[in-house]
Design a binder for this molecule. Structure first.
Ligand code: ADP
Ligand code: ZN
Ligand code: ZN
Length: 721
């Protein structure tokens, strides 16, 4: 019998598997699937996973033999294996890229699974090692003889404990014990009636159930999560909590640990690769625990999963915007179904997608309508800044309110969703503005006016000394960025700390914590972007001033109004978390704008239902289902040509399925980083119709004649155009 053919998924942007022969033809064919192998591709060595075993290969020519098998047993299996296949199918991503994305870097590169880090060790008293009394080995043995020890205990005695323990274990002097079972602590707060009702409803669920926990900011959603997570741990199960990138602060982790203990593991991009591999492996081994993580944690193994929580389910960071373009929220709904467990989506400002599911009876909704504890909802005032002389971008009333808040010992948040010094450098004489040479966008002024940065492609240059168009020396930074607000406020309120929080000021790991630490509980001012909209709890925050919401009111992006509403509600919700009633001042040139009026009178629910009605009228998601093919090239003719070919390929299947093709058209930003960009939109009333068309065509997209001349991508359920 000929040896089986291994069909290997490799991390390459090609829509195929790659066939190889096993190095050991006698290895049982069934044991390969899900194991990593190292193989040669041209001159390169790559690590892939065996996706299937076949009897024959369709590939032309003789097959190569794999170099090495890296796992004796499947690394990915069961529900995760199935769900990752779903991900690759649904988003039309190469399986090898999806599997690579799901693995922590060391495993992706072929390293062995890390040793468990929470196992404990106990001495076998009948087999003592020979050690010199008084030395470190003797101290280690003494500790182990006194009772089971974990890595933390042993590292305190001897930093080099690992090799020694490995030797003793091999010599039969030690026993390895599984990690201590998690022991959640009792809650220190009594749940209020609404929280208790939510917990009771969720405890009563059995099997897959999507539930939207819609609770105003500060209503105690996190306490509801903790209660349910404690149940999961008490039953020896696993749970996943997905949080937005910027919400995973040490304060958040501390809160989970305070209640759930060491069973809380964290997974996010700031961790070292080794730590990520540890957390991943612990979950894969089925250790009871709660994994709290950002987007990529949605791809972690959960063999004993009992509950999935998606906090701030509307958050934009759950959609990956490059490489494998997937929605972690949607993936987790699929995983919840496969695991047959409840999926809890929490938010004060749910996405229109989730609200529509509630309307259709597909998700159940539980509501928390009041702030928990002492907090009251903030008082919101719209400040009409038309025809007002602003100082540093701030209205007279805003400055007075800041002053009064500081004097009363409170903290102030000045919110501006624009980093840098000023959004444009403008010539006062002729109207010239500094543009990025490689994009169709104005450059942002940084470093107090000494640099220009493009926020789209990252290009930087010094500003011109004189206007390149008219020679005038009257070039002036126009408008406010967080940097400029910070400078103005620091000058104006010298007695208090002014701390800026945005992507620039928090580039370094731990910078966010340091900056917030600098402020502490004292009176002071925070200036920042949406990074401040969630995460860290600011107990002393009494006033929020929102500067410049106007761009969001008139943006061409069809999701802008939804995002702006969510952001305003979230930012406003930061005010007055403790005893004092918070105030929110909204500076705008459009006080009569209907969206602001709706938000003020009916809050987020009213705004959301208007926005949803509008989307239905326009036939936009979630009332329609979209896929977007983007292409970019040095020449317009190339992307245009590629998208024309794509349109021809799609035309017939689209017609049969009733899917609309719109384009090719230039992208909303037609030039970026020196590339010309275009797009072709597929729009369908029903998801299955869209999937049918993609099914019939996506592989052929890769082999269109112009596919190699352009950079292109397919985005299923794009969040922006
Ligand atoms: P959310 O996650 O909905 O924003 P949190 O769970 O962070 O709300 O709760 C907001 C604040 O209210 C926290 O300071 C929390 O300690 C407090 N809190 C929550 N539930 C209760 C409760 N039942 N009794 C008293 N205080 C509570
Ligand atoms: Zn000029
Ligand atoms: Zn640019």
């Amino acid at each position: 019998m000929p040896p089986p053919v291994l069909r290997v998924a490799l991390p390459l942007p090609l829509p195929t598997l790659f066939d190889y022969l096993p190095d050991d033809p006698d290895a049982p064919a069934a044991g390969w699937v899900g194991c990593r192998v190292r193989v040669r591709v041209g001159p390169r060595l790559l690590v892939g996973l065996v996706a299937a075993v076949a009897e024959h290969s369709e590939a032309p020519g003789a097959l190569r033999t794999i170099e090495t098998r890296l796992d004796p047993a499947p690394l990915i299996e069961g529900e995760l294996w199935t769900s990752l296949h779903w991900l690759a199918d649904y988003y039309r991503a190469p399986l090898g890229e999806v599997l690579a994305l799901a693995l922590p870097v060391p495993l992706r590169q072929g390293e062995a699974l890390p040793e468990p880090d929470r196992d404990r060790f106990a001495a076998c008293p009948e087999a003592p090692p020979r050690v010199r009394p008084g030395g470190r080995p003797a101290a280690l043995w003494e500790a182990l003889s006194a009772g089971p020890c974990g890595a933390d205990d042993l590292a305190l005695i001897d930093a080099g404990w690992r090799p020694r323990l490995r030797r003793w274990e091999a010599e039969g002097r030690l026993r390895r014990l599984p990690p201590e079972p998690p022991a959640p602590r009792p809650a220190h707060l009594a749940l209020n009636a609404e929280q208790q009702a939510a917990v009771d409803a969720l405890r009563g669920l059995d099997g897959f159930a999507p539930v939207l926990l819609q609770g105003v900011t500060g209503s105690g959603k996190t306490e509801v999560y903790l209660e349910l997570l404690a149940d999961v741990l008490a039953a020896g199960g696993q749970a996943l909590v997905l949080v937005p990138e910027i919400a995973l602060t040490p304060q958040t982790v501390r809160r989970f640990r305070a209640r759930l203990g060491d069973a809380v593991r964290v997974l996010h991009s700031g961790l070292a690769d080794g730590e990520r591999a540890q957390a991943w492996t612990a979950m894969a081994r089925g250790e009871p625990g709660v994994l709290v993580g950002t987007r990529s944690a949605a791809l972690a193994p959960l063999p004993r999963g009992r509950l999935i929580i998606i906090d701030e389910e509307h958050d934009g960071s759950y959609k990956q915007q490059d490489g494998v373009r997937y929605s972690a929220r949607d993936l987790l709904l699929v995983r919840g179904q496969a695991l047959r467990v409840p999926v809890l989506l929490g938010s004060a400002t749910p996405s229109l997608e989730s609200l529509q599911q509630v309307e259709r009876g597909r998700y159940r909704r539980l509501a928390l309508t009041r702030r928990a504890g002492a907090g009251q909802p903030p008082e919101v005032t719209v400040l009409d800044v038309r025809a007002q002389r602003l100082q540093g971008g701030l209205a007279r009333e805003s400055l007075a309110a800041i002053e009064a808040t500081l004097v009363a010992g409170g903290q102030v948040l000045v919110f501006r969703n624009r980093r840098g010094f000023a959004p444009v450098l403008l010539c006062h004489d002729c109207g010239y503005s500094a543009q990025c040479q490689r994009c169709d966008s104005a450059m942002t002024v940084h470093a107090g006016g000494r640099r220009l940065h493009c926020h789209h492609c990252g290009a930087q240059r010094p500003p011109p000394n004189a206007c390149p168009d008219c020679g005038s020396l009257g070039l002036q930074p126009q408008g406010q960025g967080t940097e400029r607000l910070e400078a103005f406020l620091a000058e104006r309120f010298r007695e208090v700390p002014v701390v800026r929080i945005d992507r620039d000021s928090t580039r370094r790991r731990d910078a966010l914590v340091e900056l917030l630490g600098k402020l502490g509980e004292r009176p002071g001012i925070l200036v920042g972007t949406q990074m401040l909209a969630k995460g860290h709890d600011l107990a002393q925050l009494a006033l929020v001033v929102v500067v410049g919401v106007d761009e969001g009111l008139y943006s061409p992006d069809f999701r802008a109004a939804e995002r702006l509403s969510q952001l305003l509600i979230q930012v406003a919700g930061r005010a007055g978390r403790a005893e004092r009633r918070g105030r929110v001042l909204l500076q705008t040139h459009h006080p009569q704008h209907p969206l602001l009026a709706t938000l003020l009178s009916g809050g987020y629910p009213a705004a959301a239902s208007e926005l949803l009605a509008e989307r239905r009228l326009l036939g936009y998601p979630p009332a329609a289902h979209w896929a977007l093919i983007r292409a970019e090239a040095q020449q317009d003719a190339d992307w245009q040509g590629f998208l024309d070919q794509a349109r021809t390929l799609l035309a017939e299947p689209a017609l049969d399925a009733g899917v609309d093709l719109r384009g090719p058209l230039p992208a909303p930003k037609p030039r970026r980083a020196g590339f010309q960009r275009g797009q072709l939109l597929l729009a369908a009333g029903q998801r299955p119709a869209l999937q049918r068309v993609l099914d019939a065509t996506w592989r052929q997209l890769h082999s269109l004649p112009l596919a190699r001349r352009v950079r292109w991508s397919l985005d299923v359920d794009p969040v922006d155009l």
